[in-house]
Design a protein around this ligand. Structure first.
Ligand code: GLN
Length: 191
């Protein structure tokens, strides 16, 4: 991380876990912005698609007519999907099937570790994170870089200018998380 290299990092703020990202982003010297409109999107150097409920998020993206705007943005800006956000980035989605943006050539099975009662804490690279009704990723191409696995499953991946985690690092009160730092570095690489 270069101290002089500071960015505005947006979090899509239609639904889900948005504001807990703020202290992680600010701890890196970056600015946080909740993104609700096309105007907001124009001001951010990278976008987090947060955890939440992917079906609801898709409905709201359509209701607020943000789909085409996001598709354009995704072409040349860093994007990090978290849990529900990862589901939105997949090529195909199962359990049940639903629409997605197809940014990363991976299949994603929703709620693959079980529902709320099976949700759990876990350490990824020594950092405690939360798996909350988490999906499971199957990568369809070796071009996807796997940063970390839970048992055999890839849970933190990177492909081109995209990053995805099936867990939430933002709930942990140690700022910034290694995943936020990696996203900052991904933005720095693209600038
Ligand atoms: N299970 C949720 C979904 O399918 C994702 C859960 C989460 O983002 N923590 O959208």
């Amino acid at each position: 991380m270069t101290p002089n290299n500071n960015f505005t990092i947006g979090v899509l703020a239609l639904q889900g876990c948005v504001y807990p990202h703020r202290p992680h982003i600010e701890a890196m010297g970056d600015a946080f912005k909740a993104v609700k409109t096309e105007q907001d999107l124009k001001q951010v150097d990278g976008l987090i698609l947060p955890g939440g409920e992917s079906t609801t998020m898709l409905k709201l993206i359509n209701a607020f007519k943000l789909k085409d705007v996001l598709v354009e943005y995704f072409k040349d800006h860093p994007v990090w999907g978290i849990c529900a956000g990862t589901i939105l980035m997949a090529k195909t989605v199962t359990n049940p099937e639903q629409d997605s943006f197809g940014l990363i050539n991976m299949d994603v099975e929703r709620n693959s570790y079980g529902r709320q009662l099976e949700s759990t804490h876990y350490k990824i690279e020594g950092y405690p994170v939360s798996f909350i009704r988490a999906p499971r990723i199957s990568c369809n191409t070796p071009d996807i870089h796997v940063h970390a696995r839970r048992d055999d499953d890839p849970v933190w991946i990177e492909y081109d200018h995209y990053m995805a985690t099936t867990f939430h690092p933002e709930m942990t009160l140690q700022f910034p998380s290694p995943m936020h730092t990696a996203f900052h570095n991904l933005i720095a690489d693209k600038n």
